[in-house]
Design a protein around this ligand. Sequence first.
Ligand code: PEP
Length: 265
Amino acid sequence: MTGTKSLLILANWKMQLNNAESLALFKEIDEELKGLKNTEGMGVIICPSFTALPEIAKLIPETKIKLGAQDVFWEQVGVYTGEVSPEMLKECNCQYVLVGHSDRRTYLKETDEMVHLKIKATLASLLSPVICVGETFKERQLGRKDYVVIRQVTQALSGIDLILDSTQLIIAYEPVWVIGSGQAIDSEEAEYMHQVIKQSLIDLYPMKIVENCFRIIYGGSINSQIVKSFLVQPHIDGVLVGGASLNKEEFIGIIKEAIKVQKFK
Ligand code: PEP
């Protein structure tokens, strides 16, 4: 369990880069990061495609970057064509796994039950799940955004026992309609939703567990211009970055802003 209140900056590269491009971008970001001061408290995590993991995994011991995967299956071994287990991800030096990203909930019809099983398997392998939750535009219009997010958090975690030295868990609040839109929500509204998520966690676990084991981060059209307004919010522990993480300057710009904010958190 990491336990420190470091700010987390996660990159989700989705299916946007081939292996050579992934490796090249990783090396460029690594190089820039090595030149930055005051990164000690920061958690920079990159989630490339599965196929790019083995090559990038070789570089991980020499970098300040941690590796994550974009998905995982809930069994360790068996007749599951096309799936990748938590232990296989560990072999690739992964420490984090995105679970229940809205792309998967939308296109692959991933359910809360599947998300729950994936979290259980991930924790059993001592990997940190990054549990993605968030309402669609329709759910928002119907006034159901709090309800949807509380349901997603509760169904993802209920029945999962955690102890104080458990692996870190991350909840990423990502309003679905904002992802990839170029227009983030207001940072104060994001702060409110983070408080809703924290309350859901307090309803499930003792406060000490919530404080020590969980981090809550925001995702949805983050860039280097606006990231500070999110990171200064008291309940926002970091950001999940899609599009802007594919651009070295933008991603490093986001990290630089986080370094400034980290001092005051
Ligand atoms: C994402 O896909 O998780 C994401 C936050 O994407 P973007 O930053 O492009 O909105």
